[in-house]
Design a protein around this ligand. Structure first.
Ligand code: CA
Ligand code: CA
Length: 314
């Protein structure tokens, strides 16, 4: 089923009218406007000319049949197709150096042969979805703000081939998405990626009785817990807590074992440092668990006393 940009929302809200009723397991295509509702097309279209009531449109929402409060919505992202040009903007007050920006500026960039042309630079295409989420319980959240429901997470890991797990807070989940980027660096320091219209091909599936913490991304290689909060410190703490809880349950590890493992092998990243809530994530390679099925049960973990004899050799 194709969900067109005839149906966009600016707030993720339990009371939004569904754009479509879809089945668990169904393949969907979401057409998306860029984050400026496709109004920025030339260098003259600077930030002060933008209608901020139409920023961050999210296409949808879709009501997924059978999704009940407490379930998890599994979203498998198969394909992201983009328009052939997008916009990057800056303006006083925007982004982490906004206080130093003296003049607003818009640069239109072509997307050609899998590359982004920015001024004289050629950048690799790094397609991603900036805004994707379900409706929160209770009060709505505008599509510019990330939270536990997802939303404006601006997380580069949310891309083709990734599986995103989102909470079902209201019947039907009410999934919506938009704000595609042709490329964006982690942190999104000016507050924009290469903002671009496009379409996303994905599957939705309702998962019952899962301990997966949300929002959560799984790729072929990695587990990635995402959290958004008022500060990056708080977001890092909550993402780490979520991945810890997941590893404890999935691999029957103790809390201490898990947090030390994450300190040894988990990678914390800033997803974005510029939105009303900040978003961080922590990733862990899945292949470190491969040996668990190979270790004989009776084999003891080495203790420090066993290692003392070898210290002199190190
Ligand atoms: Ca965004
Ligand atoms: Ca954006």
């Amino acid at each position: 089923m194709r969900i067109t940009t005839d149906h966009v929302i600016f707030e993720m809200n339990a009371n939004n009218q569904p754009a479509a009723l879809v089945k668990s397991g169904e393949r969907l295509v979401f057409e998306t406007l860029d984050c400026f509702s496709n109004t920025v097309k030339r260098p003259e279209d600077v930030v002060s000319s933008i209608d901020f009531s139409k920023v961050n449109p999210a296409t949808g929402p879709v009501f997924v049949e059978g999704a009940e409060v407490g379930d998890i919505l599994k979203v498998t992202i198969h394909e992201i197709n983009l328009a052939d040009y997008g916009a990057i903007i800056t303006a006083p007050g925007l982004g982490v150096l906004g206080h130093e920006v003296e003049q607003e500026e818009t640069v239109i960039c072509q997307v050609v042969n899998g590359e982004v042309r920015y001024r004289d630079f050629t950048l690799p295409l790094r397609k991603m979805i900036g805004v994707i989420g379900t409706a929160p319980a209770g009060e709505g959240v505008n599509t510019g703000t990330p939270g536990d429901h997802g939303g404006n997470m601006d997380t580069t890991a949310i891309t083709e081939g990734a599986t995103l797990y989102l909470p079902v807070n209201v019947p039907g989940a009410l999934l919506a998405l938009g704000d595609l980027h042709a490329t964006m660096g982690d942190g999104e320091v000016v507050g924009a990626g290469l903002e671009i219209p496009g379409e996303v091909h994905l599957d939705v599936e309702v998962i019952k009785d899962s301990h997966i913490p949300t929002p959560f991304v799984e790729t072929a290689d990695r587990y990635i817990a995402i959290a958004s909060d008022e500060t990056l410190d708080a977001a890092v703490e909550r993402a780490t807590k979520n991945l810890t809880t997941f590893i404890e349950k999935e691999y029957l590890q103790t809390f201490n074992s898990t947090i030390m493992l994450l300190s040894l092998a988990g990678d914390v990243s800033v997803s974005q440092a510029v939105n009303p809530n900040k978003t961080a994530r922590i990733a862990l390679n899945k292949n470190i668990f491969d040996h668990l099925k190979e270790i004989p049960a009776e084999k003891d973990t080495p203790v420090m006393s066993d290692l003392d004899d070898h210290v002199a050799e190190i």
